[in-house]
Ligand binder design. Sequence first.
Ligand code: T46
Length: 143
Amino acid sequence: MGRLLKEIIRNVALMSLRNNDGDYGLLVPIEENIDIPFAIKRVYYISKVPSGIERGFHAHKKLEQVLICVNGSVSILVDNGKEKTKVFLDDPKTGLYVGNKVWREMHDFSEGSVLLVLASELYTEEDYIRDYDDFLEAVLSKA
Ligand code: T46
């Protein structure tokens, strides 16, 4: 298994991605079910975020994702309803696994930053929980 998973709060983990880092540059291979713990159904990236803009502010019912800041830096607030923490991503060799029912906010995008996201499901607005109280209710009814 080419990944190292370190859970930081329940359902959120930092991952050390295998990589080829050498005099001629960096290459990070990502294979579904090998480097990340799910089959990849969708890939998107977020870039050109103007200074001061914050994104996210939602959770997902089912979706699992891995976030990789492939250029620049961004801070991600993750909150599972019981614990929350802020993760600073600035290393293309590090992935942030965010499971379902985790509230996320993206802050402090640096100029030129690019956030690559690998997702376990196709896009559907129905999977989003955009109200924080609804999120807490969904977490409490999970058990
Ligand atoms: C997440 C964080 C990390 C699509 O049409 N297809 C897609 O696959 C996505 C992700 C978005 N969109 C549309 C929906 C909105 O009209 O793109 C627009 C911006 O999406 P949103 O405001 O949800 O973007 P963020 O940056 O707040 O959140 C995104 C993801 O939506 C979300 O799942 O976890 O990045």
